[in-house]
Ligand binder design. Structure first.
Ligand code: NCD
Length: 325
């Protein structure tokens, strides 16, 4: 078959010089603009390949261990689909009991077990720093699929890819992040990545859920323009991207506080009447009330396209890390 596969499949020989081969993906701090362009270009090719022929044999014979200590629908199933669409196989582990791992004790042994069988390990874990611990013990690549309130690098890559695809650029945009900025790892990673592009940031949250000081320091150090707000109405008119997040119930020590802030923002069609005609609403999902269902039919609602992009980005990362792109 010769159907339009040339750009990707011309490079079918193992590429161990792509800057990703054998590497762990732990934090978005590992990325610069060249690396992003490489992964985004590859993700584009993955999209075309999936749309035209559905699957390929790029990773045939390779095995991914998908190790999830926290619930997941999108991240877990898109990594599985990514591996399978590239001809590889998956060991799915979703039923771990993590109480004995919280001190870092058996996580090293778990990853050292899985790497006997798999070529790459995807890990989601409730503790900040767990992906780095796993990577320190494993000799095979570890990809961080969310470490507690820390980072979620593959999500930030698909988020940035979505902004680029939808709006054609990243530089100079005004990106508003709304909701749980304290515990939401996706906004932590996305904020760091946007630092490479000089976007203007609008942080909207209740006082108790502000962006952590460490991130604010990083934003300042990069010289990015940012402001903090309580009310979405203050920023809705200027936002090119409205990135909405779920209040992360599972991270609250004080459940009364959760009850007080859980419904702090709801994005509605009425609110979007004040938004630009060319802007997008994003959400890493799952949503639990922050975006009303009648926003879904608005062309600016990009969250379903965003989650589809997740599979292409993860296909690109797996191919790159395994040296097949
Ligand atoms: C996010 C996560 O797990 O951090 N979900 C996801 O990966 N798409 C966001 C969330 O759980 O609220």
């Amino acid at each position: 078959m010769t159907i339009a596969r040339a750009p990707l499949f011309a490079q079918l020989v193992a590429n161990t010089n792509n800057g990703f081969y054998g590497q762990d993906i732990i934090s978005v701090r590992q990325f610069d603009r060249d690396k992003l362009a490489y992964i985004f270009g590859l993700a584009e090719e993955m999209r075309h390949m999936v749309q035209q022929i559905g699957s390929a044999d790029l990773l045939r014979g390779r095995v991914l261990a998908n190790l999830f200590y926290e619930p997941s629908t999108r991240t877990s199933s898109s990594f599985m689909a990514a591996m399978q669409r590239l001809g590889g196989a998956v060991i799915p582990i979703n039923e771990v009991r993590y109480s004995s791992v919280t001190k870092g004790e058996s996580l090293p042994d778990t990853v050292r077990t899985l790497e006997c069988y798999a070529d790459v390990i995807v890990l989601r874990h409730p503790e900040v720093g767990s992906a780095q611990i796993a990577a320190d013990y494993a000799s095979k690549p570890v990809i961080n699929a969310g470490d507690g309130t820390g980072e979620h690098p593959t999500q930030a890559l698909l988020d940035l890819f979505t902004i680029q695809e939808e709006l054609g650029r990243i530089e100079g945009l005004t990106v508003a992040m709304v909701g749980d900025l304290k515990y939401g790892r996706t906004v932590h990673s996305l904020t760091r990545l946007l630092g490479l592009f000089g976007a203007r940031l609008r942080f909207v949250s209740p006082e108790a859920l502000r962006m952590p000081g460490e991130l604010i320091e990083e934003v300042r150090a990069r010289g990015m323009e940012y402001t903090e707000h309580d009310d979405v109405a203050e920023i809705i008119g200027e936002a090119d991207v409205l990135y909405v997040t779920r209040v992360q119930r599972e991270r609250f020590e004080d459940q009364d506080l959760y009850e007080r802030v859980k419904n702090c923002y709801v994005i509605t069609p009425e609110l979007l009447q004040s938004a630009k005609e060319r802007m997008i609403v994003m959400h890493p999902l799952p949503r639990v009330g922050e975006i009303s269902y009648d926003v879904d039919k608005d062309a600016r609602a990009a969250y379903f396209r965003q989650m589809e992009n997740g599979m292409y980005i993860r296909m690109a990362l797996l191919a790159a890390v395994l040296g097949r792109a």
